[in-house]
Design a protein around this ligand. Structure first.
Ligand code: 9D3
Length: 246
């Protein structure tokens, strides 16, 4: 996977990519990230990347020229290349979209700042508009990092097996079961007995029931889309009955 990130704050992107799983993936050649400074493509003595909006109003708008030239400078991987604009108006990014994007060869991420970008960039250059959620950020940089993090984890080899994607939260659409490690007793609170039993089938059943219980309690909306077995259905019925009695 190759990412090209277009931004007026290249160091914001580079800083996050210096450490952690994405840094390791880049060192191993599993992903490549090129950051392009939009300002390098701005003209004039002041290298302005923004200007006042036609028609008046508060705030500034990103000029089309610098973004257009920055995009033009990005080498395109022939097939499977997408230009994504990070914007509050985009379709909400989720795990399903992360899987879909992970099958591309190149993602070109355009980070907006200020009130937004000139509409003609959207029309001429952008394949898709994405948002990471319904809250107001100061620009697209954090959104681009969130996207690259979520997508890169799905690129074969990036997780190195230790943390299989299948067991991850959201991969089967359920929240995770509770985790425990040593010590066995902490501040008077014991690890559930079953986890010490060595009975792997019992442990698997307990964990599945805990996942279902948590999801029902904290994120019942996730159950609609979740991949549930017949066993899951029976556990959920019991949990719901229990909730009614109380
Ligand atoms: C004052 C009206 N604002 C719309 C809610 C304008 C506006 C706010 C924030 C325009 C741009 C931004 C900067 N945000 C992003 O560029 C952004 C974003 C976000 O704010 N939330 C969730 N996902 C994203 S992706 C890019």
């Amino acid at each position: 996977m190759r990412y090209d990130v277009l931004t007026i704050f290249p160091e914001m992107i580079r800083a996050y990519l210096k450490e952690g799983i994405l840094a390791r993936a880049a060192k191993r050649g599993l992903i490549e990230v090129q950051v392009t400074d939009i300002r390098a493509f701005a003209g004039g003595a002041h290298k302005n990347t923004d200007d006042r909006p036609f028609g008046g109003g508060d705030g500034m708008v990103m000029k089309p020229g610098p973004i257009y030239r920055a995009l033009d400078s990005v080498p395109r991987v022939e097939e499977n290349s997408l230009v994504l604009l990070l914007t509050p108006q985009g379709k909400r990014f989720d795990q399903e979209m992360a899987w879909e994007l992970s099958r591309q060869k190149q993602l070109i991420l355009v980070c907006g700042r200020y009130e937004g970008i000139d509409e003609r960039i959207r029309e001429l250059c952008v394949d898709r508009e994405l948002s990471i959620g319904d809250y107001v950020l100061s620009g697209g940089e954090l959104a681009a990092l969130v996207l690259m993090d979520a997508v890169s984890r799905l690129v074969p080899g990036v997780l190195g097996g230790q943390n299989s994607t299948q067991e991850d939260s959201f991969e089967d659409g359920l929240l995770e079961y509770p985790h425990y490690t040593r010590p066995r007793v902490f501040m008077g609170r014991e690890v559930p007995e079953i986890l010490l039993s060595g009975d792997h089938e019992k442990i698997r059943q307990w964990r599945r029931a805990q996942s279902l219980k948590r999801t029902l309690e904290k994120r019942p909306d996730l159950l609609q889309k979740a991949q549930l077995t017949g066993e899951d259905g029976a556990i959920l019925e019991k949990l719901k009955e229990g909730a009614e009695k109380q």
